[in-house]
Design a protein around this ligand. Structure first.
Ligand code: GUN
Length: 280
């Protein structure tokens, strides 16, 4: 039997808490969203984030740029939002279409408005055990692991992905939970042997049916971060054949996605609270 780790239910709970925290503030928090280009997946994620933010009472502004916008144009918008008192959180949807410097743009966001937790200062703070704004996706994955109610201490996790910015904060949160983690990518040599040794597998490669039964130890915990559009359906990276083999598994949709959005809203509120405190 595989138990499904339901992100939607957990996310609803967090959104209700977010709504309550917003009503306790003197002003609604403000979120500035920057979307560059016309990637349909990015446009969809941005729409979901904006809808969820509005639903809990966050004020949202969407700033759209063309595919060929320059780094300078985007940094200039970031600086404008940095200076605004009514904007507490800034989100630049990734990946950028190309031709822009992701590092330069992320570094331009004021660290206290960096609700994705991607700014070098926030990354360093997390590694130094003094976290301020922590990447929502890493929080979402840890919450799903907790939802399994399994002792995590001394477990071994394998994270399969292609982005260091995604893996680094997750490895740190796992370390704090006494989980040892190995980061690999889809072309790592002898990948199956590595994943078969794992108690926990986090898969984020963006390829449907990537993670198959032969790669997974029986009763392992699978967290599926993939989102792949197949015709009109969204599916993850884990094959259906894992149901009945894995011990616990998150689903796509309804797993990491809604929880990540919920934690993003919490970060906007946290950012607003921090900024209110600093202004005193
Ligand atoms: N693209 C995929 N995941 C993310 C995320 O967590 N934040 C941003 N800004 N872009 C993303």
């Amino acid at each position: 039997m595989t138990e499904i780790l339901n992100g939607s239910v957990l996310a609803k709970n967090i959104r209700e808490k977010a709504k309550k925290r917003v009503t306790d503030l003197n002003h609604p928090p403000g979120l500035g969203v920057i979307l560059v280009g016309d990637n349909p997946a990015s446009a969809l994620y941005v729409r979901l984030k904006i809808e969820a933010a509005k639903e809990v009472g966050i004020f949202v502004e969407r700033h759209q740029f063309e595919n060929d916008a320059t780094t300078e144009m985007i940094v200039s918008k970031v600086n404008e939002l940095n200076a605004r008192k009514d904007i507490n959180g800034i989100l630049v949807q990734l990946p950028l279409p190309g031709g822009q410097s992701t590092d330069e743009i992320i570094s331009a966001i004021h660290p206290v408005k960096d609700i994705d937790g991607f700014h070098p200062e926030n990354r360093r703070a997390l590694l130094a055990n003094t976290p301020v704004l922590v990447p929502p996706v890493a929080l979402a994955i840890m919450r799903l692991l907790q939802a399994s109610r399994q002792p995590l201490r001394n477990k071994h996790a394998v994270i399969i992905g292609n982005s260091e910015i995604f893996a680094e904060p997750l490895i740190e949160l796992m370390r704090e939970a006494h989980v040892s983690a190995t980061f690999v990518n889809r072309s790592t040599e002898a990948l199956s042997a590595i994943t078969r040794a794992a108690d926990i597998i986090v898969v984020a490669v963006g390829k449907e049916n990537f993670l198959t039964k032969d790669m997974v130890k029986e009763a392992a915990i699978i967290i599926d971060v993939g989102t792949n559009k197949i015709k009109n359906k969204t599916v993850g990276d884990a094959s259906k054949e894992l149901e009945g083999h894995a011990g616990f598994m998150s689903q796509v949709p309804g797993g990491v996605g809604p929880l990540t959005v919920a934690y993003l809203l919490m970060n906007v509120i946290k950012a607003k609270e921090l900024q209110d405190k600093e202004a005193v």
